[in-house]
Design a protein around this ligand. Structure first.
Ligand code: AP5
Length: 220
């Protein structure tokens, strides 16, 4: 099962990917996570990506397409994968099609999670992430038991550099201009499922599973 999670910043793609990994036993490939790791480790990729990310802009297509090409070639992707945050432009989507076609593969379902801007801003300004295990929390919607401390590993929680309100507004603009055209792109291919992202986390997850399992039946 090859899936894409599409949706604006803060739609809950990472939150849902964590449950989808468990249920379908396929890896999550998050270009944002890969880029943040490179920034933290100050690799040449990280040095190149940092200014784009901190300003809320997209890292150039050729850079992220290269990352995905290498990642999809790894053994754990042979039974399927969940793309989270890729593709983000029409060029990226076309390159992905080329890559998959060359391997006789295809995307089975694109789960498009829709949420209004005001809700997204609240979610992103309140998001906190564990420095050690990477689990996400929210100061209001999913607070840790002890403020600033991860429930799972007791690591320190931090706020992402691009979760400042000004940068969030830029990211939402970039999403509308450069990423939202993918909704039409995948609707035309007949593989897009619309998911109401304002619901509770569990309800969104069950809607996603229903959409995925519907497409599994369609393919049989
Ligand atoms: P990336 O890391 O991909 O960020 P994003 O798409 O902006 O998405 P987020 O991680 O911010 O949000 P999410 O949808 O995963 O929400 P989450 O589940 O955490 O990209 C970062 C940057 O990297 C980009 O700006 C760009 O510079 C670069 N980049 C990455 N990919 C690229 C690409 N392909 N091309 C070019 N550049 C690229 O949830 C958010 C919060 O809400 C959490 O606190 C959570 O607890 C809470 N929450 C989630 N669901 C709910 C719910 N149902 N109800 C209440 N609260 C909820």
């Amino acid at each position: 099962m090859n899936l894409i999670l599409l949706g604006p910043p803060g739609a809950g793609k990472g939150t849902q990917a964590a449950s989808l990994i468990e249920k379908y036993s396929i890896p999550q490939i998050s270009t944002g996570d890969i880029l943040r790791k490179a920034v933290k480790e100050k690799t040449s990729l990280g040095i190149k990506a940092k200014s784009y990310m901190n300003s809320g802009n997209l890292v150039p297509d050729d850079v992220v397409v290269g990352i995905i090409k290498d990642r999809l070639a790894e053994a754990d992707c042979s039974k399927g994968f969940i793309l989270d945050g890729f593709p983000r432009t029409i060029v990226q989507a076309e390159k992905l099609d080329e890559m998959l076609t060359a391997e006789d593969k295809k995307i089975d379902k694109v789960l498009n999670v829709a949420v209004e801007d005001e809700v997204l801003i609240k979610r992103l300004t309140g998001r906190r992430i564990c420095k050690d295990c990477g689990i996400g929390f929210h100061v209001i919607f999913a607070p840790p038991t002890n403020e600033g401390i991860c429930d799972k590993c007791s690591g320190e929680l931090f706020q992402r550099d691009d979760d400042e309100e000004d940068t969030i507004i830029s990211r939402l603009g970039v999403y509308k201009n450069q990423t939202s055209p993918l909704i039409d792109f995948y609707t035309r291919k007949g593989i897009l499922a619309s998911i109401q992202g304002n619901n509770a986390v569990d309800k969104i997850f069950s809607d996603m599973c229903e959409a995925i399992e519907g497409s599994m039946v369609d393919n049989s």
